[in-house]
Ligand binder design. Structure first.
Ligand code: PGA
Length: 252
């Protein structure tokens, strides 16, 4: 399976800063690892301009950080999946912990978004993960599995084949605290096992499972060495082209 390297710029960088970063990334093609799918998720208003800008750089894909679950209509301020498709967006983050925490997104809405993305031919990157309190409570595995069951297990095998899962322990996001490679692999292996049980060996084994939470050039190699870690969803360290490309190359 190819390695997925997805940069989530969140609500950072204004237009000229974002443009400079995307140009830096485009210029650094040779620094990116082979067999990697490179995806950047800038802020929504810049996506269509960046699609034009990347015309000769089809090795970089665009992702949106969010979208709404409806096709069209009176939903002031929202963006539909088909609107994203129409400007060349290939991926969308769904259920990021910041959306869950700060915007009250629940598994029901997240499932609707995943399905809407799939029907518009956008690949949803479904995020799951526990906060520190849940991690300490010792039912954290059940908690993560419930997020998977409520959303991913509602899909058919054909739908599930088209998604990406990102495990992002909330206590490791933007905190500098990374889950150890062993801690991450433990959860990834569990997710993989459940996917295979639910959808069968072929589909279950084909769904990429990315790790997110303070991934940096210094810890990426150790994480990527784990059997069930198929790439990374990167926040802070994706805001700089050199670090971002270094992560894509990381190997032990
Ligand atoms: P971080 O963010 O790499 O800054 O921890 C990851 C994410 O929220 O996707």
């Amino acid at each position: 399976m190819k390695k997925y390297i997805i940069g989530n710029w969140k609500m950072n960088l204004d237009y000229s800063e974002s443009k400079a970063l995307i140009q830096d990334i485009a210029k650094a093609k040779d620094n990116f690892g082979p067999d990697c799918e490179i995806v950047v998720c800038p802020s929504m208003p810049f996506l269509s301009v960046f699609h034009e800008l990347l015309k000769n750089n089809d090795w970089i894909q665009l992702g949106a950080q969010n979208m709404f679950a409806k096709v069209a209509g009176a939903y002031t301020g929202e963006t539909s999946p088909s609107q994203l498709t129409s400007i060349g967006v290939k991926y969308v983050l769904v259920g990021h912990s910041e959306r869950r925490q700060d915007f009250g997104e629940d598994n029901k809405l997240i499932l609707a978004k995943v399905k809407a993305a799939l029907s518009a031919n956008i690949i949803p990157v479904f995020c799951c993960g526990e906060n520190q309190q849940v991690r300490k409570s010792n039912v954290f595995k059940e908690f993560i599995m419930k997020q998977i069951e409520d959303v991913i297990f509602e899909l058919t095998a054909q739908e599930a084949e088209k998604i990406i899962i990102a495990y992002e322990p909330i206590w490791a996001i933007g905190t500098g605290l990374t889950a150890t490679a062993a801690q991450a692999q433990e959860i990834h292996a569990l997710i993989r096992l459940r996917l295979v049980k639910q959808f069968g060996e072929k589909t279950g084994a084909s769904i990429p499972i990315l790790y997110g939470g303070s991934v940096k050039p210094e810890n990426a190699a150790e994480l990527f060495a784990e059997k069930d870690i198929n790439g990374a969803l990167i926040g802070g360290a994706s805001l700089e082209a050199a670090g971002f490309s270094e992560i894509s190359n990381a190997q032990l």
